[in-house]
Design a protein around this ligand. Sequence first.
Ligand SMILES: *[C@@H]1O[C@H](CO)[C@@H](O)[C@H](O)[C@H]1NC(C)=O
Ligand SMILES: *[C@@H]1O[C@H](CO)[C@@H](O)[C@H](O)[C@H]1NC(C)=O
Length: 368
Amino acid sequence: MRGACACAVVCALVALCACAGLDERTRGAAERQLLALLGLPRRPARRAAPPPVPRAMRLLYEADGAIPAAAANTARSFHHTPTELDERFPGEHRFRLYFNLSGIPSDEIARGADLTFQRVDEVTGAQRLLLYDVVRPGRRGKTAPILRLLDSVPLRPAKGAVTADALSAARRWLSEPEHNHGLLVRVLEEGERNVDAKQPHVRVRRRVTEEDEEWNTRQPLLLLYTEDSRARAARESGETRLVRNKRATQRRGHRTHHRRKEAREVCQRRPLYVDFAEVGWSDWIVAPHGYEAYYCQGDCPFPLFDHLNGTNHAIVQTLVNSVNPAAVPKACCVPTQLSSISMLYMDELNNVVLKNYQDMMVMGCGCR
Ligand SMILES: *[C@@H]1O[C@H](CO)[C@@H](O)[C@H](O)[C@H]1NC(C)=O
Ligand SMILES: *[C@@H]1O[C@H](CO)[C@@H](O)[C@H](O)[C@H]1NC(C)=O
């Protein structure tokens, strides 16, 4: 019986779906457990209309969560937070960008940070973009700021966005948020010493005349890629994790009558579509609306055939059970191969986050 076997995220989802007919407390417990498995402290607040998903995030999601930073399982996007300081940078060639990363859970480690700038059409000549981390802000007329060069990007007439690397600044902000003084971006003429670009190739600040809608698609965007502690633990142990599910016994009572009928069927993967609307999560999970999780169920009969993916131990256990059923139960039909899915969801600050979750979908079952 599955109830007695090891279980993963998929099992918690099964529990939550099956909970529809159960009381509030059991349902709440199943939901909390699933949220913990997903690495969320609590359920994000209910919202009437989800915020628009930034194009860059949508593209990542459509690429099956192919995050362009090794080991990262999460992607977040940030825009500059306007402040009074903005007025000190009236030119289009020099600006201080501030990204507020304070909402990122402390267990996440930055693995990549790409700052993208949109190009301006019909600008000619060679320029260079310099990106600095403002380690200590200057004080007017007293001290100069301390800047650390992060990236230097040549600019030539071309199409498409320009990307600069801001990873070491993002790392610093995550470990010491009080010392996040933003980034300084400068655009210079190439080949000359310290000459500001008169007509920069890229947009670094908003024009006074620019409407929200126009600026939204042109403003610099910081894409931050992180790895959370669950993904790190899984990567370091180098194996997929099968988490023992304590709620299993409670679930067994609920579904016994289904099982008895199917019990003699041999161990195999069965369809299970998890609909996030049914679970009541469609207000904070932006995409997908649901997915095929599958589950494993069935008998592990003696003799254990090869296609049941049994371990030597399962074969021995099945053998002992066939001789003396009272001594030991049969082997369990459990997921032996799981795969990940990507999800776009809203965090508590109303930002859209893309995360790849491991072990969300059963690929193969076996007797263990
Ligand atoms: C950053 O965001 C947090 C959470 O929304 C907010 O409390 C804080 O004041 C913000 N900091 C700045 C400097 O805008
Ligand atoms: C055994 O594992 C393979 C590969 O993961 C899978 O294709 C097959 O369906 C599994 N057997 C069962 C009974 O699920």
